[in-house]
Design a protein around this ligand. Structure first.
Ligand code: PLP
Length: 285
């Protein structure tokens, strides 16, 4: 099955989608994006993702040229054309093509790209065994709630994790306050309660993070969004991550030290199972 791109107004094979070297996304990382998963053709929490896209664009003063309804139509047709069981949809808007100058170009239309690829599979073994994490100081800016395409600190942190044979990097401030991970949000379980860093300007307000808090509520598991210290995570009963592509994933080691007894815990398993059930029951919003 071919991977498909939508560029400005047409669908094409991904290899045929080309943009200018003057695109401000290429030159400055001047753009915003979204990633969502469509399960059997049904995008999960699409309206929340599209609202976040609108907010990201507004925060960087990028005027979207497509309405939410138009973006939705582009998505649904792309998903249909690609024909995967589960599709990973990527949407990106940049400030368009203009000669290199920092100030916003006048009368330039944003570039709109969407891609439709098969959702990457997280192996059952990874889900069962859990993943390793490393801790890295967060060097990012003060608007991390914007889903900006400028991801260099995230790329460097994720690569450092991979180089240490870890799945993800916990990003924390110099004083030990935990923000999130390089491509996911983080949770821990203490005495039966699920805790996650509160939404701030130092983390992305994940759609899967919101879903996990909703699922915990369905399951009558108490939750808390608060300031989280690295020490609390290191001493937790369980730690898990949330993100659109892998959903919920248990973590078992941080910087080569076991979390509790080094296995994926029961609360993590309940939340992950509830996620599967929600999809199987067709509750996509
Ligand atoms: C930095 C960062 N944090 C968290 C997440 C998780 O957000 P979501 O659940 O909306 O995919 C992402 C995106 O995948 C991300 O890039």
């Amino acid at each position: 099955v071919p991977e498909i791109a939508f560029l400005n107004s047409a669908y094409m094979p991904i290899e045929d989608a080309k943009i200018s070297i003057n695109d401000r996304g290429f030159v400055y990382g001047d753009g915003v994006y979204e990633v969502m998963v469509a399960y059997g053709g049904h995008p999960f929490r699409m309206h929340q993702h599209l609202q976040r896209l609108k907010r990201s664009a507004a925060e960087i003063r990028l005027a979207l040229t497509s309405s939410v309804e138009e973006i939705e139509r582009v998505m649904m047709e792309g998903i249909e054309r690609a024909g995967f069981d589960d599709t990973m949809v990527y949407l990106q808007f940049t400030r368009g093509v203009a000669p290199r100058k920092h100030s916003f170009p006048a009368n330039t239309k944003p570039t709109f790209v969407a891609t439709f690829r098969e959702k990457p599979i997280t192996s059952e073994q990874t889900r069962r065994d859990g993943v390793n994490l490393v801790t890295i100081e967060d060097l990012r800016w003060g608007a991390c709630f914007v889903k900006s395409i400028a991801l260099l600190p995230n790329v460097l942190a994720y690569q450092q994790a991979q180089d240490s044979e870890a799945f993800e990097a916990i990003l924390h401030a110099a004083d030990g306050v935990v923000h999130e991970c390089s491509v996911s949000n983080i949770f821990f379980v203490q005495d039966g309660r699920i805790v996650t860093p509160a939404k701030t300007n130092k983390n992305l307000h994940g759609i899967t993070r919101r879903a996990v808090l909703d699922f915990a509520n369905d399951l009558d598991i108490p939750t808390s969004e608060e300031a989280v210290q690295l020490d609390a995570i290191l001493a937790a009963d369980e730690v898990f991550l949330s993100g659109t592509t892998f959903e919920v994933l248990g973590a078992v080691k941080i910087d080569d030290r076991n979390i509790a007894n080094g296995t994926v815990g029961p609360v993590t398993q309940r939340v992950a199972a509830h996620f599967r059930l929600t999809i199987e029951q067709g509750r996509y919003e």
